[in-house]
Design a protein around this ligand. Structure first.
Ligand SMILES: Cc1cc2nc3c(=O)[nH]c(=O)nc-3n(C[C@H](O)[C@H](O)[C@H](O)COP(=O)(O)OP(=O)(O)OC[C@H]3O[C@@H](n4cnc5c(N)ncnc54)[C@H](O)[C@@H]3O)c2cc1C
Length: 530
């Protein structure tokens, strides 16, 4: 038997790399294994969202990634006649980042890999293929084969299969995927040095040839074309590919980086954990790419699992928390798969009549400001929201509070007493924290003695409404610099104390008259002080 690890990660795609980054941040000993010689070279995902960037921020790798990201683009939708019928151009940044950003998956993976190489507690192993496991309740033995056929075994407390759509780990723990596989095939082509300088995605909802072009960073452009029944060969000629590109723009002569035919799936596993073994990312679910969410969902999985694994390693008595992983993730993950299916239906009308009806519907929406903002600001994208798991209700919450609990706390830019600006999460840190959100000094005075007591268990941050000046305090005091919180659809209640999870979901909300519930919670549970 070789080395012991706290956590063994199988697969160095986005999910595995991000999970390793998250665990490294908590000082967890990680062995990460990849069957190939390097991270994947195929260009696949092209869109990274605000929630993923926020997760990267939690282990300080967002800046390196953002260097090769073209931030903040939208989508323009065209009908069968090529007429524009809808613009989706979200510009809000409630998570501290823009909602849609163009990136290149191989460049992204190599930035994450570089980040991991600088971490002493991360042991990186390429050319190691997982072949079998011995999965017990408190440990797991993972057996690998290297490129020379040499067998190696490693012991871990936990193992996470981030090994993609063809997951070996999924098969080894005996869970199956359920859902649908679509008959349609799509040709996906990436080209270098685009001459199409339009910033947004162009979606041609043409029943004869649904197609999409998406901007990428550094002059890359993605083209996607739905293939007809007769065109189902994996080896479509280059001339044919160029003809298709020419049909939607000016890049017909461009150098082709890669072209591949894909078939899409909408599948999810019925469980993501067995004993000490978990699955995450494409190993646990597969989404059609129309909402650009496959990889982003995988990053959210490990954002949910990472801190729980760290906690279970550091406080083994609390390892039950790991049972909440699938419970908290499954609904949101499936909601995004369904969103992708719905978006696919808009992109692929069956005939001209359906194309006309779709386009007319969206043209009518423009007459209603609220509906227009719902669509153009991408409010249709389901937000993470959990009602069960690590969320706490004391029964005195308002309707608004109930809406906020289980969702991501917004991430405003905040200013401290020295005038320094930072993103809120940097002030909160990566463990449980308490945000005391207030508008005036008098309220703070009335809550101060409680905050002093609570700060013995977890970090306390006093977050001031935009209208309040920073005052002296023994706790960290920051001000909502751009008044983001007042602009949120779900109001953050003033004069309240919010329990924030390490992954920045709101876990509970308390007012002055029910703080005894918070005291009890913090006193009787070791998870808050890990
Ligand atoms: C055409 C296309 C467009 C897409 N566009 C988007 C988009 O815009 N936005 C988005 O969010 N998503 C998109 N996706 C989806 C996205 O690419 C995937 O969801 C993402 O790559 C999944 O990441 P992962 O880490 O879970 O798995 P993978 O990226 O598949 O990584 C799994 C890794 O595990 C390794 N592995 C497998 N088996 C073993 C083993 N036995 N031992 C050791 N290692 C093993 C593999 O070699 C691989 O490196 C798109 C996908 C496609 C095909």
């Amino acid at each position: 038997m070789k080395k012991n690890f706290d956590v063994i990660i199988v697969g160095m795609g986005p999910s595995g790399l991000v999970l390793a980054g998250l665990l490294a941040n908590y000082g967890i000993e990680v062995g990460i294994f990849e069957k190939n010689k390097s991270t994947v070279k195929e260009p696949r995902a092209v869109s990274i969202d605000d929630e993923s960037l926020r997760i990267l921020q939690s282990f300080s790798s967002h800046q390196a990634v953002l260097r090769n990201v073209s931030q903040n683009y939208g989508s323009h939708y065209y009908d069968a006649k090529g007429k524009l019928f809808l613009k989706v151009e979200p510009n809000s940044c409630e998570n501290g980042f823009f909602k849609r950003n163009a990136f290149d998956q191989p460049t992204f993976e190599s930035a994450l890999r570089k980040h991991l190489e600088s971490k002493k507690n991360i042991n990186i192993n390429f050319s190691h293929k997982l072949v079998s496991i011995k999965n017990e309740t408190k440990s797991v033995i993972a057996n690998f084969e290297d490129s020379k056929g040499i067998k190696k075994s490693f012991l871990g407390r936990y193992l996470v299969g981030c090994d993609g759509g063809q997951s070996t780990v999924r098969d080894l723990i005996g869970v199956v995927m359920k859902g649908s596989t679509f008959n349609q095939k799509w040709l996906v082509v990436d080209i270098y040095k685009t001459r199409n300088f339009f910033r947004h995605t162009q979606v041609y909802c043409n029943p004869k040839r649904p197609s999409i072009t998406l901007p990428g960073p550094n002059g890359i452009r993605r083209y996607e074309f739905k293939l007809n029944d007769k065109e189902r060969s994996e080896k479509l000629s280059e001339d044919f590919t160029r003809e298709l590109i020419t049909s939607v723009g000016v890049d017909g002569e461009a150098k082709i980086r890669r072209s591949q035919v894909y078939q899409f799936h909408a599948l999810i596993c019925s469980d993501w954990k067995k004993n000490s073994v978990f699955i995450a990312g494409d190993a646990a679910h597969l989404s059609p790419p129309f909402a650009g969410q496959g990889m982003n969902s995988g990053i959210r999985d490990v954002g949910n699992l990472g801190w729980k694994l760290a906690l279970a390693v550091k406080r083994p008595k609390s390892r039950n928390i790991l049972e909440t992983y699938f419970l908290e993730r499954k609904e949101h993950c499936w909601a995004l798969i369904n969103l992708a299916i719905r978006m696919g239906k808009i992109m692929m009308p069956k005939n001209s009549l359906e194309s006309f009806v779709n386009a007319s519907f969206f043209r009518l929406i423009k007459l209603n400001k609220k509906l227009l903002s719902y669509v153009s600001q991408m409010k249709y994208r389901p937000k993470p929201k959990i009602n069960k798991g690590i969320v706490f209700f004391h029964g005195k919450e308002t309707r608004n509070d109930k809406k906020l609990i289980g969702t991501l706390f917004p991430q405003p830019l905040v200013q401290d007493k020295k005038g320094i600006l930072s993103n809120l999460d940097e002030v909160l840190g990566n463990k449980f924290s308490l945000i005391c959100y207030i508008k005036n000094h008098e309220t703070y005075i009335s809550l101060e003695k409680y905050l002093n007591k609570f700060s013995k268990t977890c970090r306390v941050v006093v977050l001031l409404n935009h209208s309040c000046m920073i005052f002296p305090s023994r706790h960290k005091v920051v001000r909502d610099f751009n008044n983001l919180l007042e602009k949120m659809d779900t109001r953050v209640p003033e004069n309240s104390i919010l329990l924030i999870r390490p992954d920045k979901l709101v876990s509970a909300i308390y007012k002055k008259n029910n703080l005894h519930y918070l005291s009890n919670l913090l006193n009787n549970n070791e998870i808050f002080s890990f």
